[in-house]
Design a protein. Structure first.
Length: 115
């Protein structure tokens, strides 16, 4: 398996998103003010990296038509996969579907009002 493993962090005190240059967490108590978010390995319509906590907007195609949707990127433990979560439930990521979505914010700077 060859995939890129990246993280970013939300700093709860400074209220800022931080890039992760080097991951070194020997003492957990030093890092209680940050929240880690993993890169999904996928990119949006503008080729921006999609991370946990991002809010995506786009449409899902199915046999009956197209359904516009907006949701939060989460990791689904049941299927061990990244998914889009909103009031309608959880939809697992498929790269051909997610490539039609764009990042419109994240849960810290632009929370979903409906979820």
């Amino acid at each position: 398996m060859n995939r890129e493993l990246k993280f970013r962090f939300w700093d709860k005190e400074d209220k800022e998103m931080e890039e992760c240059i080097q991951l070194d967490l020997p003492n957990r108590t030093e890092h209680e003010t940050v929240i880690a978010m993993q890169y999904t390995g996928l990119k949006d319509t503008k080729k921006r990296e999609i991370y946990e906590g991002d809010i995506l907007e786009g449409s899902l195609s199915w046999e009956g038509g197209v359904l516009p949707t907006k949701g939060e990127v989460v990791f689904d433990k049941t299927f061990a996969a990244f998914a889009l979560k909103n009031e309608g439930g959880v939809t697992l990521f498929h790269s051909h579907v997610i490539s039609s979505f764009k990042i419109v914010g994240n849960i810290y700077k632009n929370p979903l009002e409906d979820a």
